[in-house]
Design a binder for this molecule. Structure first.
Ligand SMILES: Nc1ncnc2c1ncn2[C@@H]1O[C@H](COP(=O)(O)OP(=O)(O)O)[C@@H](O)[C@H]1O
Ligand code: SF4
Ligand SMILES: [Mg+2]
Length: 374
């Protein structure tokens, strides 16, 4: 994927789709919450069957909002614009009956914190069987049988179907969530921080499980995490979000090991390797927090935190631009031929020829209710 983004030629992320089009194609998606928070602003991405797209970014960058928009799970009064094509079908234009059918069977979601997502007073097997029954894919007996098969598929004994959520460990509960997500044979799974609450060993097991299932069943995967290392280890391509936008994207390993956008660099240096507990901290040396989406900074929204910002960055917004083969980054310092943004004040004559503004060195309209009905 090459070429510079223009207003009428939205840039995609992770296209890699078959000739007949990707499984998921998101164009210019924007989400504004009722209070005015512009949580997602003009995101383009696509995912092909059997491919894995990672979405990274600090807390508050709009990752979960994006995920919920894909399945129309946002609160009443939230404005959503753009296009979400799932297998060619426009999700934003669907009637509610169709949306309900598409959830689980077309695309399903695995959330963080399985304890809160599972119902404490129902047995595991019944909860896995529920979406199968709701989608009329089976008789009650067949749905229960399928639930037990799914448990084995995710590495749990079938007998755990009779357990209640509190009888399982955190890792086992997350496996149950994955079994539920698989229950109706979805084409796409959206996993939002699926391993964040888990211990490192269990995290690795769950990630390998997700990888295996995606490969075996040719499912498309969107994996969301604040942890670039986890995504680089699991996904084919990576999109880094900041303040509701994709600011960098490309092959996962390349983005992790050699980020082009200053924010991508800060994120990747914060997460040195998978399994490292210290990786749960905010980007090292990066001051402040992501901006309030109801009061975004002018120009490049990263400029107040950027160690290599130029004076013009407070004024000029930056679209994604070429950052090498198959790569893009939204930074004035990025040059497709030369590679990534500079990393310090000594690179003052970067793309625009200006000096860094402060010399700081790095280191320093979806009107529908949220539905709980599957
Ligand atoms: N229901 C809501 N109403 C208003 N603002 C919200 C709502 N949910 C999330 N936000 C805001 O949208 C921004 C993005 O949030 P979120 O999508 O949860 O980010 P992430 O998943 O990357 O942590 C945050 O500033 C958050 O406070
Ligand atoms: S150099 Fe400027 S455009 Fe690039 S990330 Fe920093 S503030 Fe944004
Ligand atoms: Mg989130």
């Amino acid at each position: 994927m090459t070429g510079t983004q223009t207003a009428d030629e939205p840039r995609g992320t992770a296209a890699d789709g078959p000739p007949n089009g990707p499984l998921l194609d998101v164009r210019d998606l924007a989400v504004t919450y009722p209070g005015g928070a512009a949580a997602v602003r003009g995101v383009n991405l696509s995912v092909a069957a059997g491919r894995k797209l990672g979405i990274a970014g600090e807390s508050g960058c709009g990752k979960s909002t994006l995920a919920m928009a894909l399945l129309r799970l946002l609160p009443v009064g939230t404005r959503v614009s753009g296009q979400i094509l799932l297998d060619g079908e426009d999700v934003l234009g669907m009637k509610w009956g169709r949306v309900r059918a598409v959830r689980w069977a077309g695309a399903s979601m695995v959330f963080q914190g399985a304890m809160h997502s599972l119902n404490a007073v129902h047995r595991i097997g019944d909860q896995i069987a529920e979406p199968i029954l709701l989608h009329k894919q089976a008789t009650p007996a067949a749905a229960r049988r399928r639930a037990r098969e799914l448990l084995e598929h995710v590495g749990l004994p079938a007998a755990r179907a009779d357990a209640y959520p509190h009888e399982l460990s955190g890792g086992q509960r997350q496996r149950v969530m994955i079994a539920m997500a698989l229950a109706c044979d979805p084409r796409l799974i959206i996993a939002d921080e699926p391993t964040t609450a888990l211990d490192v060993m269990i995290q690795a097991q769950i990630l390998r499980l997700i990888e295996r299932l995606v490969a075996e069943q040719d499912i498309g995967l969107i994996m969301i995490s604040h942890d670039l290392a986890v995504l680089a280890d699991t996904c084919d391509r990576l999109a880094v979000m900041y303040a509701g936008r994709v600011v960098e994207e490309g092959p996962a390993r390349q983005v992790y090991e050699d980020a082009r956008h200053p924010y991508g660099r800060a994120l990747s240096s914060a997460f040195p390797r998978i399994g490292d507990r210290s990786s749960r901290f905010a980007p090292r040396g990066l001051p402040g927090d992501p901006p309030d989406p109801a009061a975004l900074p002018s120009g490049c929204t990263f400029h107040p935190r950027c160690p290599v910002a130029l004076d013009s960055c407070a004024v000029d917004d930056q679209p994604l631009r070429d950052a090498g083969p198959g790569r893009a980054a939204a930074c004035v310092r990025v040059d497709g031929a030369a590679g990534g943004a500079g990393t310090g004040a000594d690179e003052g004559d970067g793309a625009s020829g200006e000096e860094p503004s402060d010399g700081t060195a790095p280191g320093g309209a979806q009107d529908e209710a949220r539905s709980s009905t599957p």
